[in-house]
Design a protein around this ligand. Structure first.
Ligand SMILES: [Fe+2]
Length: 284
């Protein structure tokens, strides 16, 4: 077994480990420590069953069943199937998940603190996942913007990214927006937060999930979103995860920005996702 930093800014990977290795307390404790320090942890080529993925997830918190029942794993409600594959013409999972920069579920009041993916069927040449560290983004914010964002809160929304589904047929744009806002009311979060584990400050909010920063006028909002987008997407600071079969990838949702990239035509890609809520066990 070997661990290595993926980039200077984010991520550590473990290679040559088996499920049995991960069950050893000293190995798991080191993974959790690295995850908390490096925001993203990758176990390369881990051959595990869905039950074993749920078991590993439950060591971090409480696996949370996905909202939409039809995209849950048929035998394991804790697993959401992210896939572009079809079975007898029907989609087996949610296609096109998170193909823009975001922090998972920041538009909710309490986002689950960890996300865990297992690459069940992953092409090597497309469908990569991009990651950026929100603490590193804060560090690189120009001083004038650091002063401007200090103490502010921002309004998060899913409306910019909500997809039109068959049940929305016949609605006007205004009716559609009103329905989304009713189902997902906007929420406010502090714009600058401090990671309790590392003491590092980070920006909480991605332009695609932000409506506005409270107290900024329209021009300041626009300018801030542009600065933020540039910092998040800076190629010199982004880690590109090129999936290899059976990779297990875990990240802290608040301090990790990420984006899915396109999958080449005619190629199936299936990933099992578990969202992990806080539970009393590890926080105590
Ligand atoms: Fe995501």
């Amino acid at each position: 077994m070997q661990t290595a930093h993926l980039t200077p800014f984010i991520g550590t990977e473990l290679t040559g480990a088996t499920y049995e290795d991960l069950l050893r307390p000293e190995v798991w404790e080191e993974i959790v420590r690295q995850l908390h320090e490096r925001e993203l942890f990758v176990v390369r080529g881990l051959d595990i069953t869905p039950e074993q993925q749920i078991e590993l997830a439950s060591r971090l918190g409480r696996p949370k069943p996905f909202l939409m029942a039809k995209y849950r794993h048929p035998e394991h409600e804790e697993i959401m199937i992210s896939s572009n594959a079809t079975n007898k013409g029907k989609p087996v999972g949610v296609a096109r998940v998170g193909n823009f920069w975001h922090q998972d579920s920041s538009y909710q009041k309490d986002a689950a603190p960890y996300t865990m993916l297992h690459g069940v069927q992953v092409p090597g040449t497309s469908g990569h996942t991009l990651y950026a560290n929100a603490c590193d983004v804060y560090d690189r914010l120009p001083e004038e913007w650091k002063a401007k964002v200090e103490g502010r809160t921002a309004v998060h929304t899913v409306t910019k990214r909500q997809r039109i589904a068959p049940e929305h047929a016949g609605l006007s744009i205004a009716e559609f927006k009103a329905l989304v806002e009713f189902e997902h009311p906007m929420v406010e979060h502090p714009l600058v937060k401090t990671d309790p584990g590392t003491g590092r400050r980070y920006i909480y909010g991605a332009p695609e999930y932000l409506d506005r920063v409270i107290g900024f006028d329209a021009n300041e909002n626009e300018a801030f979103f542009a600065v933020l987008d540039q910092l998040i997407q800076d190629p010199a600071h982004v880690y590109t995860h090129r999936w290899t079969p059976r990779d297990l990838v875990i990240w802290k949702t608040e301090t990790t920005y990420h984006a899915a990239t396109a999958i080449e035509p005619g190629v199936d890609r299936t990933v099992h996702r578990v969202s992990i809520e806080a539970s009393g066990s590890w926080e105590a």
